[in-house]
Ligand binder design. Structure first.
Ligand SMILES: *[C@@H]1O[C@H](CO)[C@@H](O)[C@H](O)[C@H]1NC(C)=O
Ligand SMILES: *[C@@H]1O[C@H](CO)[C@@H](O)[C@H](O)[C@H]1NC(C)=O
Ligand SMILES: *[C@@H]1O[C@H](CO)[C@@H](O)[C@H](O)[C@H]1NC(C)=O
Ligand SMILES: *[C@@H]1O[C@H](CO)[C@@H](O)[C@H](O)[C@H]1NC(C)=O
Ligand SMILES: *[C@@H]1O[C@H](CO)[C@@H](O)[C@H](O)[C@H]1NC(C)=O
Ligand SMILES: *[C@@H]1O[C@H](CO)[C@@H](O)[C@H](O)[C@H]1NC(C)=O
Ligand SMILES: *[C@@H]1O[C@H](CO)[C@@H](O)[C@H](O)[C@H]1NC(C)=O
Length: 276
């Protein structure tokens, strides 16, 4: 009995403490990885209660306002209890009932012992087990519709791709990409229109000669912020939790007024309202 309790305790402790996916130790549909600082959790999550998707979320602000940073281009999982995430020779795989639904397609070769780690920043990286600077794939190179502080958009010479935010809500697609011709400029495409916006100076940092734009950390340490693309609007959202209010509040949005984007202020206004 006591032995069982000890084993149970050790088992649950090990499960909750792990931030690393090792080869030969798949993550089952109901398990999660947690970053060392306890802030981010990776697993198969379900925003609507039906399909599950592999994603990363803030571990302790899930119940009231879940926010998911989707991985694997939002591959729908029908039966998450029969799904696994595993790593083999530096490639990540999502498998459901024995069928591979997604692989990470690393650009570089990794060693057979490469591991995947959910970092304290929320970046999920595939890297060499011994040399942590040998990264072959990272989730920050593949954002869906949301960007964490420290993550980037623009031309990534290392992977040879233009990193952008995308949102697909049938029948509309919305994308946000860096406009290399304007300082801090970006282009948001939706419904056949493009809107030219500019990030404020305090929000982003230019790297790699201006081809990559990195989202800055919040000015006040421990504040929680991220950038989110909605249909026709992009916002920097901040988590507020005090005596008078609780939830995600925009501290910056583009467009900020209806004069700029008829789309955002038109028929789809209610969808944007839902995000807050
Ligand atoms: C979440 O965790 C962080 C870090 O431990 C803490 O500062 C914050 O207050 C927590 N938020 C909530 C909503 O519990
Ligand atoms: C799916 O997962 C459930 C719960 O773990 C298990 O009982 C069932 O046997 C699995 N089904 C298949 C086809 O593997
Ligand atoms: C990866 O390894 C394969 C087989 O060893 C080799 O053919 C290929 O050139 C390597 N690719 C890179 C990018 O190093
Ligand atoms: C770790 O990998 C980096 C990048 O490939 C390399 O520059 C460095 O020399 C490696 N360190 C060790 C100790 O092998
Ligand atoms: C939106 O993107 C999806 C996936 O890339 C594509 O299948 C679809 O045709 C696009 N729809 C529109 C309206 O562009
Ligand atoms: C930035 O541009 C300069 C001048 O064109 C070039 O020498 C340098 O290698 C570039 N640096 C990067 C990181 O691309
Ligand atoms: C709670 O946060 C909101 C938004 O930042 C702020 O306007 C309000 O004054 C805060 N209330 C308290 C009691 O600190």
């Amino acid at each position: 009995m006591i032995l069982n309790l000890i084993i149970l305790f050790l088992g649950s402790h090990a499960a909750s403490a792990s931030n690393t996916l090792f080869p030969g130790q798949p993550l089952s549909g109901s398990e999660t990885l947690v970053s060392e600082n306890g802030i981010f959790e990776l697993g198969f999550f379900s925003p609507s209660g039906t399909k599950h998707y592999l994603g990363i979320r803030y571990k302790n602000i899930t119940s009231s306002n879940p926010v998911n940073f989707w991985l694997g281009n939002r591959i729908p999982i029908t039966n998450f209890l029969n799904a696994t995430l595993y790593i083999d020779a530096g490639e990540l795989y999502i498998e459901e009932l024995g069928s591979v639904l997604w692989t990470s397609n690393s650009m570089k070769n990794a060693s057979d012992t490469a591991v995947a780690v959910i970092l304290n920043t929320g970046n999920f990286v595939v890297r060499d087990q011994l040399n942590s600077s040998m990264v072959v794939w990272q989730s920050f190179d593949h954002p869906a519709d949301a960007l964490l502080p420290g993550a980037w958009l623009g031309l990534d010479m290392v992977i040879g791709a233009n990193i952008l935010l995308t949102l697909y809500k049938p029948p509309y697609n919305c994308t946000l990409m860096i406009d290399q011709s304007r300082k801090r400029g970006f282009i948001m495409f939706i419904d056949g229109h493009d809107y030219l916006g500019t990030f404020p100076d305090w929000m982003v940092t230019y790297e790699e000669n201006g081809s990559l734009v990195r989202l800055n950390d919040p000015e006040i340490p421990n504040e929680i912020e991220f950038m989110k693309l909605h249909l026709g609007q992009v916002s920097l959202l901040k988590w507020i939790n005090n005596a008078t209010s609780s939830g995600w509040q925009p501290v910056w949005s583009y467009p900020s007024s209806c004069k700029v984007s008829a789309f955002h202020c038109g028929v789809h206004k209610h969808r944007n309202m839902q995000m807050h």
